[in-house]
Design a protein around this ligand. Sequence first.
Ligand SMILES: [Mg+2]
Length: 385
Amino acid sequence: MKIVDLQVIPFWVPRRPFRHGEWLPETRVVQTLTKIVTDEGAEGYYLGGHGHGDADGLPPDERAVLENRMKNMLIGQDPFDREKFWHWMWVANLPENILSVVDMALWDLQARYFGLPLYKLLGGCREKVPAYASTFPNMGTVQDYADHALACQREGYTHYKIHPYYFYDPVTKLSDPGRPSHIEQDIEVCYAIREAVGDEMVLSFDPWGTYRTYDDALRVGRVLEELDFYWYEHPMNEYLVGLYEKLSAELDIPILGPEIAAGSIYTRADWIRRGASDRTRIDVLRGGITGVKKMTGLCEAFGVRCEIHMSGFANLQILGSTSADVCEYYERGLLAPGIDYATPPPYLAAIADPMDGDGYVHLSQEPGMGYQFVWDYIEENRIDD
Ligand SMILES: [Mg+2]
């Protein structure tokens, strides 16, 4: 079997942005579907690939790299030779999300070809995964956060992760790009949520690298320890690897990271070696399914947990193929009061991550990544560029 084509299909989708605690007017954004085709008719797909999970379409410059350089590399090749392509793509210094999209479309292709859910092809380990509710940042008042945590607990979630206040002033309720963090209010949110949900619920905290000093990061970390939080994620900018070593040595609460640092498995192996975090973090846009599977093997060998970053179909397939001793939770979200998470976007017949009343997300048993495309919608809203 040989690859004969690679296409990126852009199409419009409606989106109502939630920003700084407010709903903005509905707009439309570009979603993309990357498609790889073989001479035997087998096809593979990847949805999105630019940013969060599989929800953000590729912009024109990234589509051009796929439809020119990547297509030229793949035409005539065996679609099952992913490991070879992964090597080629790293040697060629391609952007991590681009090489990830190619890798995942090819995994989808092989799983569809054999009629298996992708996680079974990878080596099945579980059919359901415990989820945590992952909030939007700047979700409202301290009370809004506490009420939302309680609502999530009632919905079945056993774990709640706070993205607190950043690039936004919770007092003036205005955007605040020059003062990225507001630790007094962040601390108030943590106390209010622990008070609201009681001792049973697992809580974790992610200020997304916005603490500008070691002292701020340490002070909030001490509060999280007092409140028995489960992990402290990405407190400072991830270039500050030396300060992460110091913080991990100083605090008892596990430090989780790096999450957005470039360099896929290579950067993360170095963080583990240096003791810069206690649990590591990666997602499928930082090396594809192939890269994340390599990372989970590395983590298992070191006895270090690898928490998968972000929601989406491909991240969930990874979780289905790993033990909870290596990758424990699925990040479900982002969530905020009023968000209808259970209704699929118009181009899909089902969401990636349906959750039961006990807080478990169940893996799709469809062949491949689990997508159920609404082709009529995609064709009707296709952008000809
Ligand atoms: Mg995070």
